[in-house]
Design a protein around this ligand. Structure first.
Ligand code: NAD
Ligand code: IPM
Ligand code: MN
Length: 385
């Protein structure tokens, strides 16, 4: 029996609640595939973030890293919360931060490419966007964020005795080339091919001028059919809410610009809780990957069973697509999510979590998606196996 091991890193805050729902969905796929064609998923939980600090002293324990390096894929909830870092003591003047565990795992798994699609997971949310329907309805872009370089990993100094601190944004030619190649392959995988809109601050930053030069040369030399445009990050942020479909295509960004723009993009479908991501170390359906919603640990709503699990469930679909090559099953999950959000049978209020104006719990959303997914998977069995 082909068995694929998925490491679950639930983490902190709402992390355990949302990963539990995504696990239910993936378990259903596993059960269906086991019956139909002898394939199963096996789950293994490991610690990361604040909970890992409290239990082991490290935000990324050796055991977690080893399990992740040996797994078929990793699904992560979120890390961090107001209780960390724990107060400094004379023995431990620099207590560890949960977020460092996430940065370390990205670096150690060489996950330099972070794909964050800005999509409407269903039609009916187009009328519910905080932006006007006619402005958002045709939005379709994918943020491709460089994930292991830039200010996150450059030389830094914590505040010193003179009251000065710094982080440096560093990029090398090979780092920009490899992320550009993935952006181009993703652009070409779409029918018709997406244009690439490369985001930078080349009017001010040296690292951005290198970025723009290398992106331009790589596309011209290696992907001459891909249309390339450059946009300064400040005006890109404005266009994203004024006329987001002007950015349709692949938005190629350095690490921090992609972090900020992807959170902004979630205003289009209406909630940070909806958007998934894939962090990869290359391109191809068998690439090694870590999958997580784009949002954080939302500590103020943790433990209440009200967090939206859809970003994590859709990250599970991306996991099946990019790490296991299970495109049909990935699509089945996406269809099930759309069905639940578009369902008209709930007294006029479609089944949604609180931040989207509904009153469904995290668990109810997960259960409803599982129910819809069972139907989708049954159809797959008849048609395709
Ligand atoms: P956040 O993303 O946790 O929350 C921002 C807002 O969105 C909050 O109002 C929150 O309630 C809401 N929200 C987020 N996810 C939601 C969901 N699934 N359902 C419903 N509402 C949701 O960002 P923050 O408040 O700036 O950060 C909180 C903590 O999370 C910090 O410690 C931060 O470092 C950490 N963080 C972790 C990750 C990660 O693990 N990948 C990402 C971002 C932030
Ligand atoms: C994200 C988060 C992380 C980032 C933090 C928690 C390290 O904001 O995944 O978007 O900045 O990359
Ligand atoms: Mn972020």
């Amino acid at each position: 029996m082909r068995t694929e091991t998925i490491v679950l890193l639930k983490g902190d805050g709402i992390g355990p609640e949302i990963v539990t729902e995504a696990q239910k969905v993936l378990q259903l796929v596993s059960d269906a595939r086991k019956e139909a064609n002898g394939f199963q998923l096996e789950f293994k939980e490991e610690l990361i973030g604040g909970i890992a600090i409290d239990q082991t002293g490290s935000p990324l324990p050796e055991k977690t890293l080893n399990s992740c390096l040996n797994a078929s894929a990793v699904l992560l909830g979120a890390v961090g919360g107001p209780q960390w870092p724990r107060p400094a003591t004379p023995e431990n003047p620099n207590p560890p931060r949960p977020e460092q565990g996430l940065l370390d795992i990205r670096k150690k798994m060489n996950l330099f490419c972070n794909i964050r699609p800005c999509i409407f997971p269903c039609e009916s949310l187009k009328q519910k966007s905080p932006l006007k329907e006619e402005i958002v309805k045709d939005t379709e872009f994918i943020v491709v964020r460089e994930l292991t370089g830039g200010a996150y990993f450059g030389k830094r100094e914590e505040e010193n005795a003179e009251g000065v601190a710094y982080d440096t944004t560093v990029y090398s030619v090979p780092e920009v080339q490899r992320i550009t190649r993935i952006a181009a392959k993703l652009a070409l995988a779409h029918e018709p091919p997406y244009p690439i809109i490369s985001i930078d601050k080349a009017n001010v930053l040296a690292s951005s001028r290198l970025w723009r030069r290398v992106v331009t040369e790589t596309i011209e030399k290696e992907f001459p059919t891909v249309k390339l445009q450059h946009q300064l990050v400040d005006s890109a942020a404005m266009i994203m809410v004024k006329n987001p479909s002007a950015l349709n295509g692949v938005l190629l960004t350095e690490n921090m610009f992609g972090d900020i723009l992807s959170d902004e993009s979630s205003v289009i479908p209406g909630s940070l809780g909806l958007l998934p991501s894939a962090s990869l170390n290359g391109w191809g359906k068998e690439s090694n990957g870590l999958y997580e919603p784009i949002h954080g640990s939302a500590p103020e709503i943790a433990g209440q069973n009200i967090a939206n699990p859809i970003g994590t469930i859709l990250s599970g679909a991306m996991l099946l697509r990019y790490s296991l090559g299970l495109e049909r099953e990935a699509k089945a999950i996406e269809k099930a999510v759309a069905k639940v959000l578009d369902d008209e049978q709930h007294g006029g209020l479609n089944i949604r979590t609180k931040e989207l104006g509904g009153n469904a719990t995290t668990t109810e959303i997960g259960d409803a998606i599982c129910k819809a997914l069972a139907d989708e998977l049954n159809q797959l069995n008849i048609e395709d196996y």
